[in-house]
Design a protein around this ligand. Structure first.
Ligand code: HMG
Ligand code: MG
Length: 295
């Protein structure tokens, strides 16, 4: 127990990243039940949905109903993805507290995911960040493909740094590094954090790991050893990106909670409750996944 008491902040992204990639559209009532149970389990932040084009991601076209139906735990943060000003306006009307813009360190992925160049995504975010700040909303900025792109292969950490600098110049308050296709090895995380850590304190970065054959947990462990203290994870290991072929699920919340516990960190999240939720939601989405391993 070398890290006794130190806190790790976990954003539960299952309701958004987990459900955006399912073939079937999960009913809004089920999403609301999922989010309410995750709130009760103690997650400090839940990424509830996305105000993207409903025809492009129909799985999340009920974002406003879901936000309107959940029970907000006092002190909890309920956030949503927004790709542009149109999405931000919808998100504000639905009552979000925090919005997440998203771009990439790879041009091809940015084009496939957002129908824009990286530079164009940054321009779209300019009014988003300004209006969000005026409304008192927090702003997270995702950078996808920080290790590899499904179309272009390996990504240089220098390209990640360049995108982050542009996001910081806009006023993004939180930078989230997405290993979108779960390509990272612990050595990639070391290289990435060494570079990005020059411009953002490592304990302020968020790591968003997708999982390939259990590799995400080794990456999370290395990141924790190097000082990372904020992570995204999805209950039941759900997740993936419709625009990243082969993108596996997110690092399972159950696995991350177990890892944090084994390293002596505290999360404030009820791991037993999360295990129950994971079992239930995997049943709902009809997945035949095994229970995430408790590494
Ligand atoms: P576009 O077609 O280039 O946008 O879409 P546009 O500005 O040309 O608008 C075209 C039409 O869409 C217009 O309607 C707009 O009003 C409408 P029309 O005037 O023709 O009737 N429109 C919208 N409607 C509702 N809400 C909106 C919105 N925006 C435009 N927000 C856009 C560009 C990015 C919006 C679109 O491609 C899109 O929504 N893509 C979805 C991308 C997505 O959700 N990807 C998955 C999430 S990212 C991810 O999973 C990675 C992450 O997990 C991190 C990681 O793992 O690395 C975060
Ligand atoms: Mg993701």
């Amino acid at each position: 127990m070398s890290n006794s008491g130190e806190s790790i902040v976990i954003t539960e992204v299952g309701p958004r990243d987990g459900l955006q990639n399912e073939q079937q559209v999960i009913p809004a009532e089920t999403k609301i039940e999922l989010i309410d149970r995750l709130s009760q389990a103690g997650f400090p932040e839940i990424e509830v949905s996305a105000f993207v084009r409903p025809d492009v991601v129909p799985q999340l076209s009920d974002a406003a109903s879901v936000l309107g139906g959940i029970q907000r735990r006092p002190g909890g943060v309920y956030s949503a993805l927004v790709p542009n000003e149109r999405g931000l306006i919808r998100a504000i009307e639905a009552g979000v507290q925090k919005v997440s813009v998203f771009t990439a360190a790879s041009e091809t992925f940015a084009a496939k995911n957002t129908n824009a160049t990286i530079a164009e995504t940054i321009e779209r975010f300019r009014p988003v960040v300004q209006i969000a700040a005026a409304e008192g909303l927090m702003v997270r900025a995702y950078v996808s493909c920080v290790v590899a792109c499904p179309y272009e292969g390996a990504v240089d950490p220098g390209d990640v740094v360049s995108v982050i600098e542009q996001l910081q110049a806009l006023g993004a308050m939180e930078i989230d590094l997405g290993d979108t296709i779960g390509a990272a090895e612990p050595s990639d995380i070391e290289r990435l954090l060494a570079c990005v850590g020059e411009i953002v304190p490592i304990d302020e970065l968020v790591l968003h790991l997708h999982d390939t054959r259990g590799g995400a947990v080794s990456c999370a462990r290395r990141a924790l050893e190097l000082g990372a203290r904020r992570f995204d994870a999805a209950v039941g290991g759900l997740g993936g990106c419709p625009f990243a072929p082969g993108a596996p699920g997110n690092l399972a919340s159950e696995t991350l909670l177990s890892l944090c516990d084994s390293m002596g960190f505290c999360t404030g999240v009820d791991a037993a409750a999360v295990a129950d939720i994971g079992q239930w939601i995997r049943g709902v989405v009809g997945r035949c996944t095994t229970t995430p391993d408790q590494k």
